[in-house]
Design a binder for this molecule. Structure first.
Ligand code: HXC
Length: 508
């Protein structure tokens, strides 16, 4: 190649790398934000990034790259496809060219069975381009939906993500938001005020804290960009690159036979005294391997990834410390979506059950707890991965059934000696069964206590369901880890089928 040709190439590359110019880069840095290329360098293994189409839209009145840096690289040695919106170029706004750079990597990720990671920092549709930008967004959404359940899709929100643009991250599997500097909403504060009269700022409308604790839109929130990007690596360490691979095994130094005596006394004698389900998990999974998803939202349920003797699993539990572990609308959504994700990506499911029931009340009924709660059933039944459930204490009524019970197809259904499995709680059952006797009793409180204890003794224990073969075994809590690891080994090659269909119609 002649030298002058090389010079031209280098000049073009230089211009592409400059993005929207030093002034805008400085502005980005002043806000504690990195540029698109800096973020990709932080995200990926060193020296693995290859850019695609850095020279797109290279003409006098436009800036190279068109506001998005796309390409592929490696993360812990595994191929990933990436895009990072460049806020210094037209505010990272989406033109048709910009969108097609994104859909190109979406298509490549799908064809190659590799995860796609989007780093979002954008003013939305490129206003001066008009309808073409909308066409571009629609094409991105279409590929998001097509890739769902085939390859992991992760969105990291590092700046604005406003309007319909939010639907791309919403269609992906996980949303990571950076506290303070990111925001997601369908309609911005100005529109909200003009339509509803409510005065609200960006942060209160759709900041990371709101989406991590109130709306449930975000799965993870990080204090800064570095941590947001490192969460992607942590998350992918539990996931296969696609739906036909197994999740990555990591050799574990934790003894698979390790027992935990402390679990034998963790569940309090008094059924109304709570305990922390996180403690159960800490004593069961490989040390320090639990990675909680949506930790700040619907905290009456706990979902997350962990390893058992090095093999990734999905965990679904109640948290008795929150609302006594009752299942409400948000917990239903959190659990059902996580179960479906684990099933799509071949992660065995381990469920720990301690729920007194579905949350009663007008707000829950009017909010549609019926259709939301039904999703948990749907998700567990549809799941063909190994399913193991352990009832640690309360398993009452519908809440018992939905949490991966034997009737829904659990491969292994276990109880601790503290398990209380029955149609309804002893207090409620006693009131209904003995209403007349209680009304006529001289000392109704004493009688109620006696009858409640008798009910608990007869009905609310793990031995009745064991007699009927509903529980596969009652285990000593201390043995939970070795018991589960042995089961996971036995079930590893399991093949299950659901009837052929185009797709089911999940309650929503
Ligand atoms: C073109 C845009 C842009 C956009 C920002 N810019 N948004 N250019 N189209 N949508 C440009 C600005 O002109 C500016 O250019 C640069 O990006 C940085 O923007 P600032 O406003 O200076 O930055 P900041 O103060 O940080 O504010 C960021 C912002 C704000 C909150 C995102 O720019 C904003 O509100 N933008 C408009 C958002 C919006 O309404 N988008 C369209 C929504 S409709 P210079 O040259 O000065 O650096 C939509 C529909 C999607 O997205 C539907 C999908 C189905």
């Amino acid at each position: 190649m002649e030298n002058f040709r090389l010079e031209k190439l280098r000049a073009l590359q230089e211009r592409a790398r400059a993005g929207g110019g030093q002034e805008r880069v400085n502005r980005q840095h002043a806000q504690g934000k990195m540029t698109a290329r800096e973020r990709l360098a932080k995200l990926l293994d060193p020296d693995t990034f290859s850019e695609l189409q850095p020279l797109s839209v290279l003409h006098e009145d436009s800036i190279a790259g068109d506001g998005v840096v796309t390409g592929y690289g490696e993360l812990d040695g595994r191929a990933v496809f990436v895009y990072a919106q460049d806020f210094t170029v037209y505010g990272g706004s989406v033109s048709l060219t910009h969108a097609r750079k994104i859909t190109q990597v979406q298509e490549m990720a799908l064809r190659n069975g590799a995860p796609i990671i989007g780093l979002v920092d954008s003013g939305g549709a490129r206003i001066q381009e008009g309808i073409l930008a909308l066409q571009g967004y629609g094409e991105i959404f279409r590929l998001n939906a097509m890739a769902s359940g085939v390859i992991p899709q992760i969105s990291v929100i590092l700046g604005p993500c406003a309007g319909g643009a939010s639907y791309s991250p919403a269609l992906t599997d996980f949303i990571i938001m950076t506290d303070k500097s990111s925001m997601m909403y369908i309609t911005g504060p100005d529109v909200v005020q003009s339509v509803t009269g409510e005065e609200v700022d960006h942060e209160n409308l759709g900041g990371a804290a709101v989406h991590a604790t109130v709306s449930g839109v975000a799965h993870f929130v990080a204090p800064d960009e570095n941590i947001s990007l490192s969460l992607v690596r942590q998350l992918l360490s539990y996931l296969p690159s696609n739906n036909v691979e197994s999740p990555p095994y990591l050799p574990s130094s934790d003894d698979p036979q390790r027992t935990a005596e402390v679990l034998n006394t963790l569940v309090p004698e008094d059924p109304n005294t709570p305990y922390d389900m996180h403690e159960v998990l800490a004593h069961v999974v490989d040390r320090s391997s639990f990675f909680e998803v949506q930790a700040g939202w619907a905290q009456n349920a706990i979902v997350g990834f962990a390893r058992m003797d090095g093999q990734p699993v999905g965990l679904v539990c109640q948290q008795p410390l929150m609302m006594a572990g009752a299942i409400d609308i948000n917990a239903s959504d959190k659990i059902s979506r996580f179960v479906r994700f684990c099933d799509a990506f071949n992660l065995p499911l381990i469920t720990f059950v301690d729920s007194p029931g579905f949350l009663p009340g007008v707000a829950q009924e009017h909010g549609g707890i019926i259709r939301h709660g039904a999703k948990i059933i749907y998700a567990y039944v549809e799941a063909t991965v190994p399913k193991i459930s352990v009832v640690t204490r309360k398993g009452y009524g519908g809440a018992y059934i939905v949490m991966g019970s034997k009737s829904l197809g659990a491969d292994l259904h276990l109880g601790w000696p503290s398990a209380e499995i029955a149609v309804m709680g002893p207090e409620g059952a006693t009131k209904i069964l003995h209403r007349r006797e209680l009304a006529e009793a001289e000392d109704p409180d004493a009688l109620r206590r006696t009858l409640t204890d008798a009910y608990r003794e007869t009905h609310a224990n793990p031995y009745r369901p064991s007699e009927y073969g509903i529980l596969d075994n009652v285990i000593e809590p201390a043995q939970t880890r070795p018991v589960l690891i042995r089961a996971l080994r036995a079930l590893r090659e399991q093949v299950r089928h659901i009837p052929p269909k185009k797709h089911g119609v999940m309650p929503a």
